[in-house]
Design a protein around this ligand. Structure first.
Ligand code: FES
Ligand SMILES: [Fe+2]
Length: 547
């Protein structure tokens, strides 16, 4: 049974079975018993941290799935490397950091205000053990000028904003439809749905193409779900058919449709481009190249990791009662760790000293260490932080070499530690380095208050083995927690905490008066950048008051 102190207060949280948690104050006999969903059941202690209750008493995982989710493999996936080979990946075996909360007062730096635990990234780069290999993209800083940004709450729930997004984002922007390994052979197709739009992304003799997934007779969807080895797209209603390249193959009883052939000769196309195994589409025929949209810093940042050589190890989607942007923004800063993931602070910092950069459509964070825990007054010396940085690089090198057989002896510390959480406008979050995590966020049909969150784990595999088949997609409903997908390892428990907040944010945004919210200058800079790009796409003005 799980038993952990709250990392800020020292209050003990203990799982006593049946989803009940005993909460006992430090140095006192006073206790309370709570359900893991937050209801008080009995005892003198009547208040508890809902996130700690969820972590301690919520749905649990099999032990071989309760491992650090960064780069660790799971026995359940490949079984090639026993978990015992990765000591210290279980929460219960890791060293604890416990300390009382104290405010992070911040400090002024040449780049602006930062956490008082800020560690200058250039210190780590200047002390890299393989300096000549450090990519320029790592050295570049991308601060977004300006202070806190004000955003009206209506863009999170009004249908008129959803409709503007369809016209100006989903019909106009490069967006990730699928991974290449979901359509490996000619005739394999993926049905990509976004809002009320639907596309067939298909591998043809001439490469990957995308067509509108709609029959040009009476408008039935041509395919209801993805499939393999198709020769044609034949409508299940009256049998009109198009070839894989979208050109007309047959109008059944064509004698009855004189003059219509010309209008049905080609399924409307979307542009397609592939980057690092991600298949992007853009329905706008005038769209510029994908490379320009990604930008040179992003392309260089990922270049050496060989993301095209990753297979889909897990593929889980979940419906959530919140606007897609509300859900997405819960994954764009580490500022929420102290309140949303208290248990994570037991083994790592509070991350208020995480670094952020933005470069056009791309945002990056955390590729440098965030040593100590500034909100608990725990600081480490630069030398200690550097030693941790190097140890983490050595750990990743050993793990990836064992997994893939690749020789990473020449890799720089910076590259080995490049496990950043990144985002590409509008809705793709491919984490960096050797992290396997990739998120995508989409509206659920035309409901501005419901969304679909996809989690892909993209993993390398042993170089001398064929590419493993992609995992079968798993779909979770509104009421099914991420822990029902044990293949996500302990990421599932952490994501349950993140997603536990968002329906409450959605409700609060509608209830809020005055009807606007604020995003911070630095820690929420990636969200500010998203909204800057969003406002540009939709033709909205920045409403932040001067000064
Ligand atoms: S709607 Fe497709 S053939 Fe009639
Ligand atoms: Fe989180």
């Amino acid at each position: 049974m799980r038993r952990e102190p709250h990392p800020l207060t020292g209050t003990m949280y203990e799982d006593i079975g049946d989803g009940r948690i005993k909460v006992q104050k430090e140095g006192s006999n006073a206790y309370g018993i709570f359900s893991y969903t937050g209801e008080w059941i009995e005892g003198e202690v009547t208040q508890a941290d809902p996130m700690m209750l969820l972590y301690i008493g919520g749905p649990d995982l099999p032990r071989d799935h309760e491992v650090t989710w960064m780069v660790a493999p799971s026995k359940a996936f490949d079984g090639t490397i026993p978990m015992e080979a990765f000591p210290g990946t279980h929460m219960d075996e890791m060293k604890r950091i416990v300390g009382k909360y104290q405010p992070d007062t911040g400090m002024e730096t040449a780049e602006g205000w930062r956490s008082n635990g800020n560690a200058d990234p250039s210190f780590f780069l200047d002390n890299d053990r393989v300096p000549e290999r450090v990519p320029d993209a790592y050295r570049q800083r991308g601060a977004l000028p300006g202070g806190p940004k004000r955003i009206s709450t209506d863009r999170y729930w009004k249908k008129e904003f959803h409709d503007l997004e369809v016209e100006h984002i989903w019909k106009k922007t490069w967006q990730m439809a699928c991974r290449e390994d979901e359509i490996p052979n000619v005739g394999d197709y993926y049905v990509y749905d976004i809002a009320h739009l639907s596309y067939l992304v298909v591998r043809t003799e001439d490469g990957v193409m995308a067509h509108q997934n709609v029959c040009l007779h009476r408008g039935r969807l041509l395919k209801d779900c993805s499939g393999k080895g198709e020769k044609e797209f034949r409508c299940p209603f009256h049998g009109w058919a198009w070839k894989l390249d979208g050109s007309l193959k047959e109008i059944t009883c064509e004698w009855d449709f004189p003059g219509v052939r010309e209008h049905a000769k080609q399924l409307p196309a979307a542009k397609v481009a592939v980057w690092e195994g991600f298949v992007f589409i853009n329905p706008d025929p005038d769209a510029g190249p994908l490379e320009d949209f990604l930008g040179p810093v992003m392309m260089e940042h990922y270049h050496r990791y060989g993301f095209e050589h990753r297979y889909i190890q897990a593929n889980v989607s979940k419906l959530i009662h919140a606007n897609w942007k509300v859900v997405m923004e819960a994954f764009m800063e580490a500022y929420h760790v102290i309140a949303t993931h208290p248990h994570q602070m037991l083994t790592s910092g509070d991350l208020s000293n995480t670094h952020y950069d933005v470069f056009g459509n791309w945002g990056r964070s955390a590729q440098y260490p965030s040593p100590g825990s500034p909100q608990r007054g725990i600081f480490v010396s630069r030398e200690e932080a550097l030693a941790q940085y190097r140890a983490a690089a050595d750990g990743t090198r050993g793990l990836i070499q064992a997994l893939t057989g690749e020789d990473l002896s020449e890799w720089s510390d910076a590259e080995l530690n490049g496990n950043a959480f990144n985002d590409l406008f509008p809705n793709l979050h491919p984490w960096g380095g050797w992290m396997r995590i990739c998120f995508r966020f989409r509206p659920h049909g035309d409901d501005p208050e419901a969304s679909i969150m996809d989690i892909l784990l993209l993993a390398p595999w042993a170089k001398d083995k064929p590419r493993p088949a992609p995992a079968k997609p798993r779909k979770l409903g509104f009421d099914e927690p991420w822990t029902m997908a044990p293949e996500l390892l302990s990421l599932s428990k952490i994501t349950d905490q993140d997603v536990f907040n968002v329906p409450s944010v959605q409700r609060g945004l509608k209830a809020k008066n005055p009807p606007y919210v604020w995003y911070s200058a630095y820690q929420e800079m990636k969200i500010r950048n998203f909204h800057q790009n969003y406002e540009k796409a939709l033709g909205l003005a920045d409403e932040t008051p001067e000064g």
